[in-house]
Design a binder for this molecule. Sequence first.
Ligand code: FAM
Length: 433
Amino acid sequence: MLLKEKLSALIPQEREALKEIKALADKKVDEVKCGQVIGGMRGCKVLVCDTSYLDPYEGIRFRGYTIPEVQKLLPKPGENDEPYPLGLWWLLLTGEIPTKEEVLSLEEEFKKYAYLPQYVIDVLRAMPADSHPMAMFSTAIVAMERESQFRKRYDEGMTKAEMWEPMLEDSIRLLARLPLIAAYIYRRKYKEDVHIPADPNEDWGGNFAHMMGVENPEYKNLMRLYLILHSDHESGNVSAHTGHLVASALSDVYYAISAAMDGLAGPLHGLANQECLKWILNLMDHFGGRTPTKEEIEKYAWDTLNSGRVIPGYGHAVLRKTDPRYTAQREFALKYLPDDPIFKTVSNIYEVVPEVLKQHGKAKNPWPNVDAHSGVLQYYYGVREFDFYTVLFGVSRALGITAQIIWDRALGYPIERPKSVTRQMFKELAENA
Ligand code: FAM
């Protein structure tokens, strides 16, 4: 496999490079303040992640490339299409923009494993009908753990240096199936349990759109874009950090990604996309289904804040400007659905809410994040079941987390185990500092 060959060549170099950092082991790299510890460790530089970096004012760069650069440089199915999401996975893993041939070799590799075993279907069907799609998604992933090559090889006594290989194999097998699992959940829950077989001629992203049941080339492109945009956001966010933490115990990819999905399912993280569209549609309903005026949006936003709730899709723990993932989706909307009333509402909200949040004075970042825009695009193409939106996010986020944890094993990072102290000890430490 071309990707494996590439990684086999890269890993020895990167292991050497890590030795230079290990030699600096006693050097101080950050200072931790009391407020950071009780404030969710915001801003503490305590994680290492090479796949992407999130600049507070510029937004995400995937291996150094901005979103517009990635959109321009990664190979695409057709000239005017969005790039292959698997090209992004290649980039995250290798740091290099792949050729089309390299991406297609990965597409072929994925196709070998792109089928849904009956036992996974049985597990999903055994779950109560009102199970949340994210609970179903996470359960299906962990159910497949029995197939882990990593666990098998671990039981056979593989060495630490070999561990990245079965991590890569497990990742390919899992990622190949995620769109099938997601589409199965979608069609079982919302489309009368009628399923659409995979199309072997489609790429990983286009096929996902096809199996969801939206036969529209624009939606295939949206899906490719969506899968790229939500993939990686360095390693401190809840889902990526969870994946890294779980994998650090040498739990395999299935355990790590299932756990990561459980974190993504929280309303302050990935679930914000379902919450956000709900907020927008409630806002429109409140004004008889029309696009409300900016004054009306302002009042509605204040009502939300005054009732003690957050405005979903706005704010971020790291970002301090408009999320470029929001901007990329806005550009898509301007191209394909400029006159859509919900998009117009999203645009008006963008003009009003940052000012309201600034006046409210709490949120450190009054600007929109990725979730403020993703729902309207899905809704426009007919995917209107909000509960499902975080599963789409999950399929994409698995690209980033698998890339991160393959490298965790390649570089032999140890089990993560920070120190905790009691609240009293912590108070004394702070008082005596
Ligand atoms: N609406 C109202 N209040 C907000 C707010 C928002 N959109 N964003 C932050 N705040 C409040 C926050 O609740 C906190 O209030 P308290 O002091 O009363 O606890 C205060 O402002 C300071 O928070 P912060 O330091 O600015 O943000 P955090 O780093 O603690 O939290 C978020 C970051 C994303 C959890 C927060 O901005 C939020 O709840 N946003 C709405 C939910 C959302 O959109 N989440 C998705 C994030 C996304 F990028 C993702 O993970 N997919």
